[in-house]
Design a protein around this ligand. Structure first.
Ligand code: FES
Length: 162
């Protein structure tokens, strides 16, 4: 009789923890990873970082990163030039790269224009090509305007790769 009781107790002590572990393991594996925010819009910067003097400022585009379960630090995936139009106070955003090969573009503050590192093509402050388009027609496209939105005073640009 004593043997049956001790065997039953031993069985219960073994089965209950194993069953609990099995249930917890199933719940862990069956639960989905945390929902990911839409990557349709990528953050750039608070609007307070856009100078009030109308000068273009070079800002990074940040993309959220995740591993299987956790949120990692954001990653820089590109850059844009952002400025305020002094006449209207509207915000203007243009890509910091140009052409099919995504050649970087710099802003020359002295000259007041953008310059592509490819052929030195120049663009006015709105990103409109000002180099003679007939000289290098295939490289004289305007700097691409970038779709953007502002949420809670933070500038987001449209993710064209989502
Ligand atoms: S890609 Fe910009 S000038 Fe060639």
């Amino acid at each position: 009789m004593h043997s049956i009781v001790s065997k039953t107790v031993a069985l219960v002590l073994l089965v209950v923890p194993l069953t609990s572990l099995g249930v917890l393991g199933f719940v862990f594996l069956a639960s989905p990873p945390p929902l990911r925010p839409s990557a349709r819009w990528l953050s750039v910067a608070p609007t307070s970082q856009i100078p009030a003097n109308g000068q273009p400022t070079f800002l990074p585009i940040m993309a959220p990163r995740y591993d299987a379960w956790t949120r990692l630090s954001d990653q820089i995936v590109g850059h844009v030039f952002v400025r305020r139009d002094l006449a209207t106070n509207d915000i203007k955003v243009v890509s910091a790269v140009h052409g099919p090969l995504a050649v970087p573009v710099d802003y020359d503050q002295q000259a007041g224009c953008f310059i592509s590192r490819c052929f030195g093509v120049r663009f006015d402050i709105n990103g409109t090509a000002i180099t003679d388009r007939n000289v290098i027609p295939s490289h004289a496209a305007d700097m691409p305007a970038v779709d953007f939105t502002i949420v809670d005073d933070v500038l987001f640009v449209k993710n064209t790769h989502s």
